[in-house]
Design a protein around this ligand. Structure first.
Ligand code: MV4
Length: 444
């Protein structure tokens, strides 16, 4: 087992990892930017090293500074959390070269899965259902036209190096495809330095459902059920839950088997998420694989009664991990509390928290790095807390969320709490009757 883990991240996920390390008797090193010197991850870690000025590119993304921090503190492993360097192949490789275990994917796995058209091809070849479309990259507007003619409009062009919505264009009819191809490839080149696109049939009103998987060094790959992340705005997830309100046991079994088959075919190790689109008839199609722990992992922890960060650390240090034989229990929902104003287009709202009160009680979990009189810095993402509720069923979980939000008080900045309070009173949400385009329907 590791002696000392450096957490190459900030905010709630840095704290989340520190908590599990402490429970496992592993020492911890926090790294922080000058904007985060008053952060809780700095307080709760055994040691802390400043790695640069506020800007992410000079601190949390600065590989040389993080490696120096690991070497001077004698860390034998690095946990990257999510975002920042979590899916950076160079970082994963450099850790290996310095004999520091990267608690995340190998450089090879990052490259395979980071290329979305290659990942899709890999999955398709082992029989995982994928959205009909191009086999790999589309090289020209003519080729795009010919494939689209074959599968029928609407279609969607996606950046191979993309993911999470960047470099995507929906094309409703042939007259739009030339322009869409050019703007999507330009956007992809500017954002990722790679203009490659692939093409798919556009699924008009899908749900986003993902399977949590974990692999160990003995070739075991287990799944821990699904998360439904359909409540999103501009590709930012706002609410996630497990189980999905629409997935049947039969569909869950098929989706999970497909996810495991795909992961076993590439000898997947560690935590991963296999993302699917689900249509109205509950047909599911692989779209992407994420090779990291995700923001929404707690809902999976709650229904499995299992610490996923602990499983990641166990797997990375060469131990066996736990399977799902205990079964899934109850229903869990996560609400992302962002420092944003939902009444004004979710505009960022950093600043000083003048008063804070967290909810508590049975079935209520808060993962957060904020505290009373903490100042939310403007430099990083706006997530300041996650409210995770557990109930015996979905109705019970929603009732808990409602009473938890009545206790939850954050003054001094705007947050997404009023958005969530509206959503959990909305009949469409209560009935599970929504898709990825429903955000306005749920908030009004
Ligand atoms: C799609 C799709 C429909 N059809 N692919 C969005 C982010 C990335 N993870 C994949 N995404 C989508 N891919 C096909 N073939 C719908 C989405 C999608 C979406 C698209 C437009 C507007 C909002 C969306 C929200 C979630 C998913």
């Amino acid at each position: 087992m590791f002696n000392k883990i450096l957490i190459a991240n900030r905010g709630e996920i840095a704290l989340r990892v520190i908590r599990t390390c402490k429970e496992m008797g592993i020492k911890t090193v926090a790294v922080y930017s000058q904007a985060d010197e008053n952060s809780l991850h700095v307080v709760f870690a055994d040691e802390a090293v400043c790695i640069g000025p506020p800007s992410s590119k000079d601190s949390y993304l600065k590989i040389s500074n993080i490696m120096s921090a690991a070497q001077i503190t004698g860390a034998d492993a690095i946990h990257p959390g999510y975002g920042f360097l979590a899916e950076n192949a160079d970082f994963s490789e450099i850790c290996g070269e310095h004999n520091i275990k990267f608690i995340g994917p190998s450089p090879d796995m990052i490259n395979r899965m980071g290329d979305k058209s290659l990942a899709k091809e890999t999955m398709r070849q082992v029989g995982v259902p994928v959205v009909p479309g191009s086999d790999g990259v589309v090289k020209s507007i003519e080729e795009a036209k010919s494939i689209a003619l074959n599968i029928g409009y609407p279609v969607i062009l996606k950046a191979s190096a993309g993911g999470g919505g960047k470099g995507m264009r929906i094309v409703w009819e042939e007259s739009e495809i030339k322009n869409a191809f050019q703007t999507a490839s330009n956007e992809a080149e500017a954002a990722f330095g790679n203009s490659a696109l692939y093409l798919e049939k556009f699924i008009v009103s899908p749900r986003h459902v993902e399977i949590q998987v974990m692999g160990d060094q003995f070739g075991n790959v287990y799944h821990y059920g699904e998360r439904d992340c359909t409540v999103q705005r501009r590709h930012q997830k706002l609410i996630e839950e497990s189980p999905s309100p629409v997935i049947t046991p039969e569909v869950r079994e098929k989706m999970a088997s497909a996810a495991i088959k795909g992961c076993q075919s590439v000898n997947y190790e560690g935590a991963g998420t296999v993302e699917f689109l689900v249509d109205k008839d509950l047909n599911f199609y692989f779209i992407e694989m994420n090779t990291r722990i995700q923001v929404e992992h707690p809902v999976t922890e709650m229904v499995n009664n299992l610490d996923l960060i602990k499983q990641q650390i166990l797997a990375a240090s060469g131990n066996k991990i736990e399977d799902i034989s205990k079964g899934l229990r109850g229903h869990s929902i996560e609400f992302r509390i962002n420092a944003e104003d939902p009444a004004n287009g979710f505009r960022p709202s950093p600043g000083k928290i003048e008063y804070l009160h967290f909810p508590g009680g049975f079935g209520v979990r808060i993962d957060s790095h904020i505290y009373n009189e903490y100042t939310v810095p403007p430099y990083y993402d706006s997530l300041i807390a996650k409210l995770i509720v557990w109930g015996t069923d979905r109705t019970h979980a929603i009732a808990r969320a409602k009473r938890a939000f009545e206790e939850f008080t954050i003054e001094g900045i705007k947050t997404t709490i009023p958005f969530h309070q509206k959503v959990i009173e909305n009949a469409h949400f209560l009935n599970g009757d929504y898709d990825t385009n429903s955000i306005d329907k749920l908030f009004n």
